[in-house]
Design a protein around this ligand. Sequence first.
Ligand SMILES: [Zn+2]
Length: 333
Amino acid sequence: MESRATASEDFRSVVLRGANVASYKFALAKSILTLAESGATSASLEDLAVPFSRELCAHLAEVDTQSTSQGSRFLDACRHFNAGVISEDELITTTALLGFNNVIDAFHVVDRADVGTRFFVDERTQTLRGVRFTEELLELAAELDRNNLLLAEAESRWRLVESAWDERRATGAVLRVAYDRPSEMIVRGMLGHRRSITWVRPGLSGYQASRCFYCSAPITPLLGLDHSADVDHFFPHMLMARGVLLDLDDVWNLVLACSVCNRGSAGKFDRLAHGDFLERLWDRNERLISSHHPLRESIIATTGRSPAARLKFLRSVQTRATDYARADWRPTQ
Ligand SMILES: [Zn+2]
């Protein structure tokens, strides 16, 4: 029997890692979690189709690009439902028929191998004609409450992926995420188009194991809770005003920190973190890149094409930064 922590990490791997060709995996992840949370121990394809198509329709209404391939009869059915052309019953029937062709087979696959935990057993060819949830999934779902990030992370990653596809389709450009006060984080396309992306926070949190980047205190990327994270500039923003010609609002320089580290009485504010943290930033960025994170190309474009080049880049920024500030800040806790 695997530990609950392992099951949770495996679920995150399914959601956060791997190259995506369509957003169905996110919809399925959210669907099985919410069905299991409501007490179901299995789901026929028709049962699954209800939350699954609802998720896809909601996303399609905002971003029409939900797949890298041209044309999908299933997505067309969702569009027709959104346009009022077909009924909900027709949508459910079509979803059960066409929506799960690859995603049930591919769900557990990350980097060409299955993750260690199974979250459902495929019984499509048996009496159930659907999937049976495993104990591991039921346990994860039983812990879903407002502090559980699995649903938020799935939604966050989904929004990043669809934004990246949409941006590329519209402009051929690579998605950039930048930080902006007071609205916190925004996506900046090449055409100056701006869109609120506070949902990027959960996407970063998954790569820090929901811990403060500096002191490892537990944090949540969700806003308005006791342990809500701050978005921190590793290299402080003031360096730009002092002539460091780099866009420090880019995601490679943004980490999530607890409020004590970011702005407590001995907080970091505009100070420069001790050089010991430099490799931790490098490591975080490497994990973003190796997970096929939608922002990986943005990070690579700015910081270098190889892990060694990226470490060298960060060290050179650190060297320049120490012309303006001493690299001596450490968390007190
Ligand atoms: Zn902290």
